[in-house]
Design a protein around this ligand. Structure first.
Ligand code: C2E
Ligand code: MG
Ligand code: MG
Length: 582
């Protein structure tokens, strides 16, 4: 739909210009009348600029001021017209005022302005010479018809994409607005063409519905729709995305500016209600669905992080330039999380987990930049750096009290494993760090690779022949099949933390964990349980023969110690002895 300020500029600006031009053409009016009409016209054209700007801000009263000013100017023209045909011609200029009212205002607002125009215009025309009742009936009859027709067209357009409950554009309407916003206006350079998209989700909406009784949820959504829509600037759009989620299309804004807007909306939720939001700014070359997917991802992360917050996606950056720049400036860090031997409680090794000490964003977790790094291929450089760093650190770790030399586990994404030079890079890292190959574990995220890739098979074969061990990471989350596990021939199986949370009590059944342990045993793989947070989970796993555990119970990922020690597992690693290597 064309924007309201634009329509105003067109109607008031061009209407004024036409009338102004007419005053210089042969006319029945006196010079005095023409001079007065010209003056009124100049005021009309000048005020069209002011009002257009006011409407671009969020001043709702400006709509009524526009209508009143236009009504006044047309009425003055009728008043000075000298009557007859000229008076009627100037009264016709009420028409665009009526049209604008029914386009830009609520139906009731527009109707009230139409009544006001008639109440002012009719007596005014009646006081002019040569205007009869018949002319007035036609004039006001046509004005009402025009209003009705515009209201009809607007309703037809809105109704097709309007959410019944909230009166907001529905998902289709919102998507169409976003699509239009992404089309760069002619003449604007792409660097300055910003569009941000946000999704807001009411937290614990089903619980709200359950506790507040039937219909309360709908009332809440309708209330939020009204509050939020009126809190947004005129050029931003609030739409209903689905069930309890709203969307904001914010043209001309960066992700950061949209985050500030969304924070403002979140502050206006009623007491006891919170909302989470994801925000993303459109990136050049990015499609609409990529932008929406990134926003959905950001919303997911906001929910994951505990709800009642906004997560701003860092940007598409699909060219990986930022990651490579970060690498060149040595902004990345490797943190290590201990892997503990559940039978002895001793630290058995550690997993290397990359972090980005970003100059403006602070310490950024891998979820924030790995997807971009993978899409762009920068992961190969980044992973290579993590590998070398991890091997060098691990080479300095001393044996544990029982004499075991701790291993280091490094994650490898599908993209790295499909790189024909991956195994060679591993070999180089081992040689230059002098780390024994048996002390390195390469973790493959289960769903992350193409088992049919020849390069991947060759890499795995070469790693194995060097004596490097491999682990299947996040087991149970992806498209796992026994066939895939068998084909990979890994040495270790890491059961994903989402399964370990099933161990809710010391006598929990947790059948999937039990099944994974049995399968690994049958296939001769040792098991690492990920995400162990509770002592009873550790005891449950140890009692069922799980060899290793990793999780906050034993220690969070920490930066490499300046003394070169292996990360300790001081708390909860065991109820027997607590050990520290080095
Ligand atoms: P992952 O390999 O499964 O690593 C374990 C993740 O679980 C880490 O998240 C770790 O901080 C987290 N974690 C460990 N114990 C607990 C716990 O008790 N509770 C909970 N809630 N979480 C726990 P992080 O560091 O955010 O890493 C996320 C993923 O990013 C990793 O999952 C891995 O797939 C990937 N990643 C990390 N570093 C690298 C890297 O250098 N290269 C590649 N390709 N991927 C990496
Ligand atoms: Mg891992
Ligand atoms: Mg994992």
């Amino acid at each position: 739909m064309p924007s309201v300020p634009l329509l105003l500029a067109v109607l008031m600006g061009t209407g004024g210009t036409v009338v102004l031009a007419s005053t210089f053409l042969p006319s029945a009016s006196s010079d005095r009348v023409l001079a007065l009409v010209r003056a009124l016209d100049v005021v009309a054209i000048a005020s069209s600029f002011t009002f257009t700007r006011l409407l671009q801000g969020r001043r709702r009263w400006a709509q009524h001021a526009v209508m009143l000013t236009a009504t006044l100017l047309v009425s003055l023209a009728v008043l000075v017209s000298g009557g007859g045909g000229t008076a009627l011609v100037y009264a016709v200029v009420y028409y665009p005022v009526v049209v604008y009212g029914f386009f830009a205002l609520s139906r009731l607002g527009a109707l009230l302005h139409l009544l006001l125009i008639t109440a002012v215009g009719a007596p005014l025309l009646a006081s002019q010479e040569g205007v009869g009742v018949a002319e007035q009936v036609v004039l006001w009859g046509v004005a009402s018809m025009l209003g009705l027709a515009v209201a009809w067209l607007v309703a037809m357009h809105d109704g097709s994409e309007t959410d019944q409950l909230t009166g907001l554009p529905d998902r289709a309407g919102t998507e169409r607005t976003l699509e239009r916003a992404l089309r760069r206006p002619l003449g604007s350079s792409s660097e300055h063409h910003h569009v941000a998209f946000a999704l807001l989700n009411v937290d614990s909406f089903s619980a709200y519905n359950a506790t507040h009784g039937a219909g309360a949820g709908d009332e809440l959504l309708a209330q939020l729709a009204t509050t939020w829509a009126s809190a947004l600037p005129e050029d931003a759009l609030l739409g209903r995305w689905n069930g309890d989620a709203f969307a904001v299309v914010a043209p001309g804004r960066t992700a950061h500016q949209a985050t500030l807007l969304v924070e403002e909306l979140r502050r206006s939720t009623p007491a006891g209600v919170t909302a989470s939001a994801g925000v993303a700014g459109w990136g050049r070359e990015e499609t609409q669905s990529m932008l929406v997917a990134r926003t959905e991802g950001a919303l997911y992360l906001a929910k994951q992080a505990g709800r009642d917050r906004v997560h701003e996606h860092s940007g598409p950056g699909t060219d990986g330039r930022e990651v490579r720049r970060g690498l060149a400036r040595v902004e990345f860090e490797v943190h290590f999380q201990p892997v503990v031997d559940l039978a002895t409680g001793e630290v058995h090794g550690a997993e290397a987990l990359v972090r980005w000490a970003h100059p403006t964003r602070g310490l950024v977790g891998p979820d924030q930049f790995l997807p971009d790094a993978e899409r762009s291929g920068a992961i190969v450089d980044l992973g290579g750096w993590v590998l070398r760093e991890a091997c060098h650190r691990a080479a300095g770790w001393a044996p544990t009290p029982s004499g075991h030399l701790p291993h280091v586990a490094v994650n490898a994404s599908g993209r790295e494993l499909a790189d024909p030079l991956y195994a060679a890079a591993v070999e180089e890292a081992l040689i230059s760090s002098r780390l024994a190959p048996s002390r390195l574990v390469v973790e493959l995220v289960e769903s992350d690779y193409d088992i049919a890739s020849l390069d991947l098979v060759a890499n795995l074969h070469r790693l194995r022949s060097m004596g490097v061990r491999t682990a299947i990471d996040d087991f149970g989350t992806g498209s796992s099949s026994l066939e895939r596990v068998r084909l990979l021939g890994a040495d270790l199986l890491k059961i994903d933390k989402s399964f370990i949370t099933d161990i809710t009590s010391p006598d929990a059944k947790a059948p999937l964990v039990a099944a994974a342990l049995a399968m690994a045993d049958a296939m001769g793989m040792a098991v690492v349980a990920e995400g162990v947070e509770e002592p009873h989970q550790r005891d449950w796993l140890a009692a069922r023969g799980c060899a290793f555990g990793q999780g906050w119970l034993f220690g969070r990922p920490v930066p490499a110690s300046p003394t070169g020690d292996l990360p300790a597992a001081p708390l909860g690693s065991t109820n027997r002895t607590s050990t520290h290597a080095g």
